[in-house]
Design a binder for this molecule. Sequence first.
Ligand code: ACM
Length: 260
Amino acid sequence: MKIGFLQFAPQFGNKKGNLDAVSKLTNNIDADVIVLPELFNTGYAFLNNVELSELAEPVDGETNEFMQSLANEMNCAFAYGFAERTGSAFYNSVSFVAASGITATYRKSHLFFEEKFLFKPGDTGLRTFDHGGVKYGMLICWDWIYPEAMRTLALQGAQIIIHPANLVTPYCPDAMVTRAIENRVFVVTADRTGDEIRNDKNFHFIGTSQIVAPNGDILTRAGEETCVRVVNIEPELALDKKMNRHNDLFLDRREDLYFT
Ligand code: ACM
């Protein structure tokens, strides 16, 4: 199957411009699944809840309608990050939308920095879902730093981890190589680029989106350029947890020794 990421620099608050950018960048792209960054439609640096309230959407809001029609047009599924509004609560969420509609929505479990003042911690839990005969799990950005998060998805059989991000520290891309190896899964990190400087907030996003194979091979890694990268993968490889004749990664776990 062909899976990819789209990396660009969303403009804060310019939803139409950001959706247009995705439309242009995916023109003529041939893929089965494309992962977009965290909060790709709004940008990242919300100053307060008033701004968040103006830009957040329900799961089936205008961004979903846009992504759904792109999925239909391209016959491609998309995972995309957005600020979710439900009642008076906000979540930092990602939805996976295929031609058949929304397959899954995940709400970020581990909030980073001042996100804690804006969003509620995710309550969807770490669950897998199926699409096209392949099992997926989703994480959002800072979730990467908790090995338990990806392990929880991998133990449920996730073959591909979808990871929209807005990375501001340099550690994640290399750490994800280890996460892929220790779980023997594919990992697709779709990060953003650019800077957001708003009042006292000043973020530089590192790009470096990548796709890593279960053996740790970096199948593709971007720099800080705007790009769409697609690679061919065999998701079945992630079903084999054998490291060698005598070591099965999951069967050898010593659950009796671990704190839960
Ligand atoms: C992050 O979780 N956006 C760093």
